[in-house]
Design a binder for this molecule. Structure first.
Ligand SMILES: CC(C)(COP(=O)(O)OP(=O)(O)OC[C@H]1O[C@@H](n2cnc3c(N)ncnc32)[C@H](O)[C@@H]1OP(=O)(O)O)[C@@H](O)C(=O)NCCC(=O)NCCS
Length: 147
C-alpha cells in the first residue's frame, strides 16, 4: 500500500470522502479551498483504490504547521476502506514528512464519541499517545516527539 502525493485529479473523490465523514466532524464548508491549496503545497497525501480502472481516494491526510511543530489537519478513510491499514499508512507518511527533531500534533475525539474510537487506535499504532483528558467535542491535541 502506498500513500502518494495528491493531485488535482484526486480532489473530486476526496470531497466525496469528506461528505461521508461530515456527520462526525461537522460541516466543513471551506474544505475544498483548503484541499486545493494543500495539494498545491504538496501537503496532501492519499491512498487510492488499487482496483484497475478505479482511482478513488480511499483515505487522505492533510499536513500543516511548522517544521518545528507539525500538525495533521485532517485524516479520514472511507468506511468501505477501513480496517485494512490505510489510516496507518497515511499517518506514517505524514510523520515521515516532518524532519526530526519535531513534534507532530493532531486532534482526536473524546472517548465517549463511539464513532471517533478508531482514531486513537490508529494513532497509538503509530506511536502517539492517545486520549488526553480535556473538555469539548474533540479532545486536546495529542503529540508525538520525533528525535
Ligand atoms: C481513524 C481512521 C482514519 C482509521 O482508518 P483505518 O484505515 O480504518 O485504520 P487502519 O486500518 O490503519 O487501522 C489502524 C488501527 O486502528 C485499529 N482500528 C481500526 N478500526 C477500529 C475500530 N473500529 N475499533 C477499534 N480499533 C480499530 C486497527 O486495528 C489498527 O490497529 P492495529 O494496527 O494495532 O491493529 C478511520 O476510522 C476514519 O476515517 N474515521 C473517521 C474519521 C476520524 O476519526 N479521523 C481521525 C480524526 S483524528
Amino acid at each position: 500500500m502506498n500513500a502518494a502525493l495528491a493531485t488535482d485529479a484526486d480532489a473530486e473523490s476526496w470531497l466525496e470522502l469528506v461528505r461521508e465523514v461530515e456527520p462526525l466532524f461537522g460541516l466543513m464548508p471551506g474544505f475544498e479551498e483548503i484541499l486545493v491549496r494543500k495539494i498545491g503545497q504538496r501537503a496532501a497525501f492519499c491512498v487510492r483504490s488499487d482496483l484497475i480502472g478505479d482511482s478513488r481516494v480511499l483515505g487522505g491526510i492533510l499536513i500543516g504547521g511548522t517544521p518545528m511543530h507539525g500538525w495533521i489537519r485532517s485524516l479520514a478513510v472511507r468506511s468501505s476502506g477501513r480496517g485494512r491499514g490505510v489510516g496507518c499508512c497515511l499517518l506514517a507518511k505524514a510523520i515521515e514528512h516532518f524532519p526530526p527533531p519535531t513534534t507532530v500534533s493532531l486532534d482526536t475525539f473524546r472517548e465517549e464519541n463511539s464513532e471517533g474510537r478508531p482514531a486513537p487506535a490508529t494513532i497509538s499504532t503509530n506511536g502517539l499517545p492517545t486520549w488526553p483528558a480535556s473538555l469539548g467535542r474533540r479532545s486536546a491535541s495529542t503529540a508525538i516527539h520525533i528525535a
